[in-house]
Ligand binder design. Sequence first.
Ligand SMILES: Nc1nc2c(c(=O)[nH]1)N[C@H]1C(S)=C(S)[C@@H](COP(=O)(O)O)O[C@H]1N2
Ligand SMILES: [Mo]
Length: 325
Amino acid sequence: MLIKRPADIPASEITPEHIYLRRRELMAGAGLFAAGALLPTGLGASEAGSPLEARPATPALAAKGFYTDEKKTPFEDVARYNNFYEFGTDKGDPAKYADALTVDPWSVAVEGEVARPGTYPLEDLLTGIDLEERIYRLRCVEAWSMVIPWIGIPLHKLLAKLEPTSKAKYVEFTTLYRPEEMRGQRSRFSTIDWPYMEGLRMDEAMNPLTLMATGLYGRELPKQNGAPFRLVVPWKYGFKSIKSIVKIRLTEKQPRTTWQELAPQEYGFYANVNPNVDHPRWSQKYERRLPNSLFDPNRIKTRMFNGYEEQVAHLYKGMNLRRYY
Ligand SMILES: Nc1nc2c(c(=O)[nH]1)N[C@H]1C(S)=C(S)[C@@H](COP(=O)(O)O)O[C@H]1N2
Ligand SMILES: [Mo]
């Protein structure tokens, strides 16, 4: 699903300036996806080497925040320690139960303040936009973090294709609602008003860092990580990075979001990573970088905007980040 078959990739889409995945490897990757190799057992992509190898990262890429040379969190941890409440609230539940999700075919409804509304097969949304690899930190509001090599398309390129109107001030995202396949949505104990929803301000959505991911570690997204199409906003707490998206709506008004609705005093619309503004129930000054263990807690300092201050601080100039948490 990432994921086009080799024959569907015109050479014109692969330009060295804009994509740093080599075509041969992309094709090899596509072959692997076609073979249905979703989650390799045994050696993870981290050790085995991934089918999509990124070009050597340049200082220019690092300066944009597209790349970090921090140690990547191994594939096993990225795919086994998850938050995806549609499949349960334990960290191991998504890996255990997300297999039930049908991700092919997948379509995405585009609605609201946009010149090209419609319901698009995911392949059509991706057509003509180069896949890129981005190595980002992911900082959960629960104070753990990972470093993940994503594959995806910048959201601003997708929006350019959909042509927001001048009234569009926000982008709202909605996760699939399919209780037959998502056992957490059937749970009588769930307090979430499904479907899961998130939103961004237009300038946040247009920032070059904001990614629509279709893969990680050079392969198709594991279902527990939000296959086949999820948002990644690296300077915000993880809950903003909504998974398994079926609807994108451009709006004039700030959208409602799941966590803000559930506990507004704890989770705000902005949710920018900020070590100086604590969660009401815990400190946000430090984080646990995965993998860690009892003997090696791997506790590191949390950075302002998760270390992407240079790229995004201008978006919040003059805003009181205590009030707009
Ligand atoms: N639909 C949906 N998206 C979601 C969540 C969820 O429960 N449902 N959890 C969020 C949270 S809290 C985090 S930290 C990240 C985790 O992403 P990962 O499991 O790929 O690391 O997904 C986010 N996206
Ligand atoms: Mo999270």
